[in-house]
Ligand binder design. Structure first.
Ligand SMILES: Cc1cc2nc3c(=O)[nH]c(=O)nc-3n(C[C@H](O)[C@H](O)[C@H](O)COP(=O)(O)OP(=O)(O)OC[C@H]3O[C@@H](n4cnc5c(N)ncnc54)[C@H](O)[C@@H]3O)c2cc1C
Length: 123
């Protein structure tokens, strides 16, 4: 079975996984998520901090079980640490410190971004 491996399980990673399941149901789709909160509304965090949303779980667009029920293999708490494009292998480490390798046919990286502060705005 061809295998799609996705690194990152937030907006980009889960959107890609669910669309892949629609377009290519014969592919195995695996998503590795460094944290334990797949498909959370990051945009909702201010409302959780202000207590307008009382429970952090309410920020989930979909729960892990909902995503798994759509045929996506979810690896929660698994941080990808290496990619070997020549061998089509990713290496990830789980929360217990154990490492595993996964073969892929196609790879999608959806690990987000880090903001920068341009120097002319000062410290
Ligand atoms: C406070 C706040 C409010 C916002 N409000 C809005 C809004 O109103 N409207 C809007 O359009 N956008 C908003 N955004 C922006 C929006 O949240 C981001 O554009 C969106 O979350 C980006 O999604 P992403 O999947 O690309 O990355 P992220 O959401 O950053 O997710 C990255 C994913 O990659 C995983 N990951 C990272 N490294 C690894 C690794 N090595 N191995 C495995 N997994 C890894 C993480 O665990 C996570 O699952 C807001 C952002 C913030 C912080």
């Amino acid at each position: 079975m061809p295998r799609l491996f996705i690194v990152g399980g937030s907006d980009a990673g889960i959107s890609a996984a669910l669309r892949a399941r629609e377009l290519a149901p014969d592919w195995q789709v695996t998503v590795a998520v460094a944290d334990r909160y797949p498909n959370f509304s990051i945009c909702g965090i201010p409302y959780f901090i202000s207590k307008e949303v009382p429970e952090a779980d309410n920020l989930a667009h979909r729960k892990a079980d909902d995503i798994r029920a759509l045929g996506v293999e979810l690896l929660l708490g698994h941080r990808v640490e290496g990619i070997d494009p020549a061998k089509h292998l990713v290496t990830e480490r789980n929360a217990n410190g154990e490492t595993s390798e996964h073969r892929y046919d196609k790879l999608i990286i959806g690990t987000g971004a880090t903001s920068i502060r341009p120097p002319h705005f000062g410290p």
